[in-house]
Design a protein. Structure first.
Length: 76
């Protein structure tokens, strides 16, 4: 018996703080996911991205001029 699922994978926000240049574009697009610290540097937590914010989170990651952030599936 197969237990395959058509569900989308659970995604999370990933950041390379060393690559962040504090442009803040990601935060402007999706402040719910792309958090900034007091210095304007990226600060994310490791919680899953809610499905209703996934498109905005991806848009914010793609807009990062430093390529310091991404949206990746959480390993099962």
């Amino acid at each position: 018996m197969s237990t395959s699922s058509n569900a989308e994978p659970v995604m999370r926000a990933v950041a390379d703080r060393g690559a962040c240049c504090a442009y803040g574009i990601c935060h402007e697009i999706c402040p719910e996911i792309w958090l900034l610290d007091d210095a304007g540097m990226i600060a994310v937590n490791d919680t899953p991205i809610p499905p209703e914010l996934l498109e905005k989170a991806i848009e914010g990651a793609e807009a990062c001029p430093a390529h310091a952030i991404s949206v990746e599936p959480i390993a099962a």
